[in-house]
Each structure stands twice: as structure tokens, then as C-alpha cells.
Design a protein around this ligand. Structure first.
Ligand SMILES: C[S@@+](CC[C@H](N)C(=O)[O-])C[C@H]1O[C@@H](n2cnc3c(N)ncnc32)[C@H](O)[C@@H]1O
Length: 239
């Protein structure tokens, strides 16, 4: 990890949450949909034994190049185990057969193990939240700080949001994956919080970490003041 980069900020944000839930040293962790492997590397550096699962061959090979022990398969075909932690960061909402994936996660857990999920809720937006999100994205782009974002101020906010989340298959909103989790786990602890800063950071210039931090502070403030809707979802689930 490059110290001080925007990517580092995002990796630390997730890693610190995981470490606040469980001490990682010596734990077996499966990182489902590990992508290019940045978090998996950080988890290993924190002492965990990590296996990454990543069906995109390109991303899997980038993860492997970073030293991640990666299986280039769909999670539904993965049957190693047991693990102390099954981790999904922004991957469960992509898996069409969400109930099967959730049941598979529970089957892979060692006694005392837990599922950790970090996601966003595509349905958790309102007009004020989208106005703030897209106006900020527009400003970041115009300032040359982000490589993506609207070229003009967006008028039809719901249409822009829908367009942005239009994939080959619909993304599961939180109620779908939370229902699936409640069906397979006896304890499901859900918290909602910031997430838009994460979306901004994905497009920020790599050296703009200070801006990433400021965006996080602003989002937290707006959430405290109840001016925007919390889009982030974190779950700790126990069988
Ligand atoms: C938005 S990326 C998130 C990557 C990384 N976990 C992160 O938080 O930055 C979603 C990842 O889930 C992976 N994915 C999609 N379907 C999957 C499946 N059926 N099994 C495992 N991973 C899957 C994708 O290939 C992609 O790498």
C-alpha cells in the first residue's frame, strides 16, 4: 500500500472496522470478491491467513501479483473452509443468487466464526442526498480532482442515480441481502453510516487523500445533522 494515497484511506477505513470487531492475528479469512486484492493484502499484513475468491480473471491475476492466495472462481463454486471470517466488501450485492451465497457463507464458517459485510444500499437515497452527491461530484470534476463525474449540473437526479447503477443484472438493495442474512444467521447486527465519500474517493486523484478525508468528515456531519440519508451498510452476523 502506498502511504497517504486515497486507496490507502479506503483500505484503512474497512480494515479498522474489521479490527474493531475481531483480532485478526492467526484468523482464517475468506475475502469474497476480493477484486485486485488491496484489502486482502492489508488483512494479511495484520496477521490473518487470507484466501481471496475472485471470478474476474483480470482482477484475480492482479490480486495474485500482489501476493494474495486467490481462487479465480465464483463464490458459489468455492468449497474450502472452515474460516473464522467470511468477508464481503461490496461484492454480495453483485451475486445474483444471494440466498445461496449467504447460505454458503454460513456453511464455510468454523464454530464461533462470523460473517462481515460492508455494502451500500442502492435504495437509501432521497432528493437532498442525491443533490449533495452529484453537486459535489460535479465540483470535484471541474476542479480537476476527479476523473469522473457529471460535466454539467445534473437536473434529473433519480434518473442519473438509476443510470449509474444499471448493470447486467439488478443490484440487490439492502432489504434483499439483509433478508437473506436473517434467513441463514441467528444474530444479524446492522449499522448504517457514511458511504458516498467512498464513491467520491474511487474517482479522486490518487494523491488527494486530504480531500477524501474532508469528504468523509462532511458526510459524517451531514448524517449527524440528518440532512442526508445514510447509504452505507455494515453487518456482523453469527450463525
Ligand atoms: C465492486 S467490486 C468490490 C471489490 C472489493 N471487494 C472492494 O471492496 O473494493 C465487486 C467484486 O465482486 C466480484 N464478484 C462478482 N460476482 C461474484 C461472485 N459470484 N463470486 C465472487 N465474487 C464476485 C467482482 O468480480 C468484483 O471484483
Amino acid at each position: 500500500m502506498t502511504a497517504g494515497s486515497v486507496r490507502d484511506l479506503l483500505t484503512r477505513w474497512t480494515l479498522e472496522w474489521i479490527q474493531s470487531v475481531i483480532a485478526l492475528d492467526g484468523r482464517r479469512v475468506v475475502d469474497v470478491g476480493c477484486g485486485e486484492g488491496h484489502l486482502a493484502v492489508a488483512l494479511s499484513q495484520a496477521g490473518a491467513e487470507v484466501v481471496g475468491v475472485e471470478p474476474s480473471q483480470e482482477a484475480a491475476s492482479m490480486a495474485r501479483d500482489q501476493g494474495v492466495d486467490v481462487r479465480p472462481v465464483d463464490f458459489l463454486e468455492f468449497d474450502e473452509g472452515p474460516f473464522d471470517v467470511v468477508l464481503f466488501t461490496r461484492s454480495l450485492h453483485h451475486i445474483p443468487e444471494v440466498e445461496k451465497a449467504v447460505q454458503r457463507s454460513a456453511d464455510l464458517l468454523a464454530p464461533g466464526g462470523l460473517l462481515l459485510l460492508e455494502e451500500f444500499d442502492v435504495e437509501a437515497v432521497d432528493e437532498a442526498t442525491l443533490r449533495w452527491f452529484y453537486d459535489t461530484m460535479y465540483l470535484l470534476r471541474r476542479a480537476g480532482l476527479a476523473d469522473e463525474g457529471p460535466e454539467q449540473r445534473i437536473e434529473d437526479l433519480p434518473a442519473a442515480w438509476q443510470e449509474e447503477h444499471h448493470h447486467h443484472h439488478p443490484l440487490h438493495p439492502a432489504k434483499v441481502y439483509l433478508d437473506a442474512l436473517s434467513g441463514a444467521y441467528s444474530q444479524v447486527e446492522v449499522s448504517r453510516g457514511p458511504y458516498f465519500f467512498w464513491k467520491y474517493c474511487r474517482h479522486l486523484r490518487p494523491d488527494a487523500e486530504a480531500i477524501g478525508r474532508a469528504l468523509f468528515e462532511v458526510e459524517q456531519g451531514l448524517l449527524r445533522e440528518k440532512r442526508i440519508v445514510a447509504n452505507g451498510v455494515r453487518v456482523i452476523a453469527r450463525p
